[in-house]
Design a protein around this ligand. Structure first.
Ligand code: SF4
Ligand code: SF4
Length: 283
């Protein structure tokens, strides 16, 4: 587990550029719009925003869970803001987003686990932006079907839920989650007629190649259509350490294996994040 002192060259990112990026950046700063792209300093902003894709987080910015890889604050979340659906819808309109990804913190403190806010947000976005397509990157809702149904009912083009890591590391990486529960959520979505489902894996947490391949098999066996695979980077020293930088050839091999297994899309390279190239996953 000895890491090179500097990140390998394939992880060094250029600062985002482009006319569209610059325009959107000033809007986001001016109106204090809440995108994960900026709050997570995502390396893909130039590219995604240039293509009209951005990710918005709902239900506040404090999570009831404490996944070891995640930069979101843990604690007792604030009370929900019922104006949030309108705010998100307005941000999408202002930014002229063609494909929006919505995600949320986990709200295990709420009776409905936040599913009503999810439903209201999708509806508000649709009302104000009828042309915009949507991906909802949802929590596991503890596997409770009536909460998941609220998402299926409002029919986002893509519903995603990230498995994040291989079975063996799940306890360490996402302490309050369960590998099989996440697979169950993905399978349930599809069984209820959701057209596109998607999941994501981070690498570099100490998983073996065979375990990654097994995870790809597990996702396909649960009818997942799209998978994203990227390098884990430590948000701060308090988070899980990076055990390994995966090289580009290895990412390529996973992509080939994924396509052979029958995924419609596999995004596999170091800087891939779950919403990277998200627009193309509608098809
Ligand atoms: Fe935003 Fe996701 Fe693209 Fe990053 S990958 S810029 S978070 S849409
Ligand atoms: Fe982060 Fe999601 Fe885990 Fe909450 S549930 S800590 S937002 S990854």
């Amino acid at each position: 587990n000895i890491l090179p002192e500097r990140k390998p060259k394939w992880l060094r990112v250029k600062l985002p550029t482009g006319k569209k990026y610059t325009e959107l950046r000033s809007l986001v700063d001016k109106y204090k719009l809440n995108t994960i792209c900026t709050s997570g300093s995502c390396p893909n902003m130039g590219e995604c925003w240039g293509e009209g894709t951005a990710t918005f987080m709902i239900l506040g910015n404090v999570c009831t869970r404490s996944c070891g890889f995640c930069g979101v604050k843990t604690g007792r979340p604030e009370t929900v803001d019922w104006d949030e659906p309108e705010k998100v819808a307005r941000s999408i309109k202002l930014m002229q987003i063609k494909h929006a990804v919505l995600t949320s913190v986990d709200r295990d403190d709420l009776k409905d686990m936040g599913s009503i806010m999810w439903e209201e947000t999708v509806k508000a976005v649709r009302r104000m932006n009828p042309e915009t397509t949507l991906e909802t990157l949802i929590p596991d809702f503890q596997g409770i079907e009536k909460h998941i149904d609220r998402i299926i009912d409002v029919a986002p083009e893509v519903v995603s839920h990230n498995i994040e890591t291989v079975r063996r590391l799940t306890r360490e990486v996402r302490i309050q989650a369960k590998y099989d529960r996440s697979l169950g959520v993905l399978k349930y979505l599809k069984s209820q007629g959701q057209r596109r489902t998607k999941s994501g894996i981070m690498l570099g947490l100490g998983e073996e190649r065979e375990e990654v391949i097994q995870t790809l098999h597990d996702l396909r066996d649960h009818d997942v259509d799209v998978v994203t695979i990227g390098q884990y980077l430590q948000p701060s020293k308090k988070h899980l350490p990076v055990k390994q930088f995966i090289n580009p050839d290895q990412f390529k091999e996973y992509e080939e294996i994924g396509l052979e297994l029958g995924f419609r899309h596999v995004e596999s390279s170091a800087l891939v994040r779950s919403s990277y190239k998200a627009q193309k996953h509608i098809n």
